[in-house]
Design a binder for this molecule. Structure first.
Ligand SMILES: *Cc1c(COP(=O)(O)O)cnc(C)c1O
Length: 376
């Protein structure tokens, strides 16, 4: 059996090697390292796949969030509601722009931001909601968009973990995660479902004005060469990364399906184990399993993690600490017991190895050991 990894980047590279190597070589030979033709072609191909009018690529997923908030013209002191259970980048950009992060509890089943909690957090200063489609499954976008309309708020979807997931509306129509709000953002960090071989990110929008402004801000605020209309930044996707992403995008649906097949087998194997809650699958979203995250009952999570590691099975805790208890965010004034749902999740969650190149013997071995731990 091959060594088990959380994400098997080498296994995937070996399968795609001829195409990836050729793509990189062609950029090397053209020497168009910045704004080469692959960047525009990738944006066009991704916008087609996503069913969205514009894809604007940028340096990484954190910058995509940053650019989204800049383009909406949010001002210091404006409140931005987001979830307490996410990667730090979501909250960091809000704070970095001098906006006020208002963090709310997730729903314990789906791990995604609770619509009821958003309602309670809306004030006169609220300007935007940032739902995160955590672990590959969409937040309840239809309800969030209804709230946003009612209170005149912007919605920025952090879709870094959900590239390719479908949101399913009540009438049965679907849209891709990240294309429903005013702006959507994603990351091409190597371990994401659509990952490059370095840093990369992008924004999605159907709004022509936002698109133009985003392209300007991401390029020093320049519209016409050496004329600056906005105060901008330098945030670009390298041509080499775009060329790699063009190869990988062709396989994204197949990779996401392979992840789902792994999840189905985990679900089935753990269904009869009372100490494990398998990840909930909501009716309004497909799940592309960026992570397969179980909740382990009876304070057994850390022991299970240690046991698996002793069997050479990696497992990760996403996320070990609630944001409101991080030192950097102490100034927000939250108290230790303000978020019991998040606190409980941080003690129970465990993400098991999940990637499209998982082999049957690896999966069997992981399942066998997880079950053996609880039978001891
Ligand atoms: C990965 C991630 C980001 C940040 O993306 P980078 O490309 O690493 O900057 C933001 N939000 C979420 C939810 C993520 O998982």
């Amino acid at each position: 059996m091959k060594a088990i990894q959380m994400v098997d980047l080498r296994g995937q590279y070996e399968k795609l090697k001829p195409d990836i190597d050729a793509a990189i070589r062609s950029v090397l030979e053209s020497t168009t390292f910045i704004k080469g033709p692959d960047v525009k072609l990738f944006e066009e191909e991704l916008s087609k796949y996503m069913g969205v009018k514009h894809v604007v690529s940028c340096a990484n997923g954190t910058e995509a969030l940053y650019l989204a908030m800049m383009v909406l013209g949010l001002k210091p002191g404006d409140e931005v509601i987001t979830t307490n259970f996410t990667f730090i980048a979501t909250v960091e950009v809000v704070a970095r722009l001098g906006l006020r992060p208002v963090i709310v509890e997730p729903d314990p089943g789906s791990f995604n931001i609770s619509v009821e909690e958003i309602k309670k957090a809306i004030t006169k200063k609220t300007k935007a909601i940032v739902p995160v489609h955590l672990f590959g499954q969409c937040a309840d976008m239809e309800s969030i968009m209804e709230l946003a309309e009612k209170y005149n708020l912007y919605v920025i979807e952090d879709a870094a973990q959900a590239t390719g997931a479908d949101y399913i509306f009540r009438d049965g129509t679907t849209k891709k995660a990240g294309t429903i709000g005013h702006l959507g953002t994603t990351s091409f960090f190597p371990s994401k479902n659509l990952g490059c071989y370095g840093d990369g990110g992008a924004l999605y929008t159907n709004n022509d004005t936002y698109e133009k402004k985003l392209r300007s801000i991401a390029n020093h605020g320049m519209k016409v060469r050496y004329h600056y209309d906005d105060i901008g930044v330098n945030s670009r996707l390298d041509t080499i990364q775009a060329a790699i992403l063009r190869v990988k995008l062709k396989h994204l649906s197949e990779f996401n399906a392979a992840r789902r097949a792994v999840a189905d087998k985990y679900d089935k194997a753990f269904a009869g184990c009372p100490s494990i809650c398998v990840p909930e699958r909501v009716t309004y979203s497909s799940h592309i399993f960026h992570q397969y995250t179980i909740r382990v009952k009876n304070s057994k999570r850390d022991d299970l993690k240690k046991f698996l590691e002793s069997k050479s099975i990696p497992a990760m805790i996403y996320y070990p600490g609630p944001l409101h208890l991080q030192e950097a965010y102490g100034y927000l004034g939250y108290k230790e017991n303000d978020f019991p749902v998040t606190a409980a999740l941080c003690k129970e969650v465990l993400s098991l190895p999940m990637h499209p190149d998982m082999e049957q013997d690896q999966l069997d071995y992981i399942i066998l050991n997880v079950l053996e731990f609880f039978e001891k």
